[in-house]
Design a protein around this ligand. Structure first.
Ligand code: ZN
Length: 257
């Protein structure tokens, strides 16, 4: 039974991932999702339905447009498969419940922010506010913690980032990151937000160091200061906080005593 539901959840994730790709692409004109069909950005030909099957079409087309051979970005299959695994992971850790539906919706929004930040190093304001609103509405209810825990969580999620933004005059981090930090805090509550924020900084540092090592030559040649977008790490840490936050905390406290 679990296997059957798991497969349905995975396939749903694939399709939603495909939809999220469209949202990321048309974020400045979301209405067009309802009125305009997908077309090749180069030759402008309308893409057939059988070339829009998540993941499968990309593989069959060998990452090229059927008409003009324009390359199709790897972003499409990666987001589709990533969303599918995200949904499956949430299902396996949270079980089948209304809470699962809530977190699936919130993390779909966060996936858009994740990819958008990686692509552009900015986060779309409207979606951040929607995600924050949703987090406030449902985080407390589905997270099963009190209002004070939510407020304290928000302080832990937003506080340190606000300080970093203030101290660095927005060079290290942007105001958008503070808002994503607030989403983390509200969704995780206290004390899970402590685990989540700690995870964000640890993952961010490790990836940052690897990134610097790999791109060292390029950076020094061009003399560019390469910064990493931080929002993706906060979003990843939120996922850790909600699914494994309690377990990590218990483990750590047991480790101390
Ligand atoms: Zn084309």
């Amino acid at each position: 039974m679990t296997l059957a539901i798991g497969i349905i959840v995975f396939l749903t994730g694939l399709s939603i991932g495909s939809f999220l790709n469209v949202v990321i692409l048309r974020i400045d004109n979301l209405q067009s999702i309802l009125t305009e069909r997908s077309q090749c950005p180069k030759c402008k030909k309308i893409i057939n339905w059988y070339d829009l099957i998540p993941f499968l079409s990309f593989m069959l087309l060998k990452a090229k447009c059927r008409f003009c051979n324009e390359k199709i970005s790897w972003q499409y299959p990666i987001v589709e498969v990533g969303t599918a695994f995200l949904f499956l992971f949430l299902f396996l850790t949270l079980g089948l419940s209304w809470g699962l539906v809530f977190y699936v919706i919130v993390f779909s929004l966060l996936t858009v922010l994740f990819v958008y930040d990686l692509k552009t190093e900015t986060v779309p304001e409207v979606l951040v506010w929607i995600a924050l609103g949703l987090a406030v509405l449902g985080g407390w209810y589905y997270g099963h913690f009190g209002l004070s825990s939510m407020l304290l969580g928000a302080l832990i999620g937003g506080g340190p980032l606000a300080l970093l933004v203030y101290v660095s005059k927005e060079r290290w981090m942007g105001v958008g990151d503070i808002k994503i930090g607030l989403i983390l805090g509200v969704l995780c509550g206290y004390p899970r937000s402590v685990v989540a924020m700690f995870s964000a900084f640890v993952i961010g540092s490790v990836v940052g160091i690897i990134y610097l090592l790999l791109t060292d030559k390029k950076v020094s040649q061009k003399g560019l200061k390469k910064s990493l977008p931080f929002a993706p790490f906060i979003i990843l840490a939120t996922l850790i906080g909600i699914t494994y936050g309690d377990r990590i905390l218990h483990w750590y406290l047991g480790f101390l005593s």
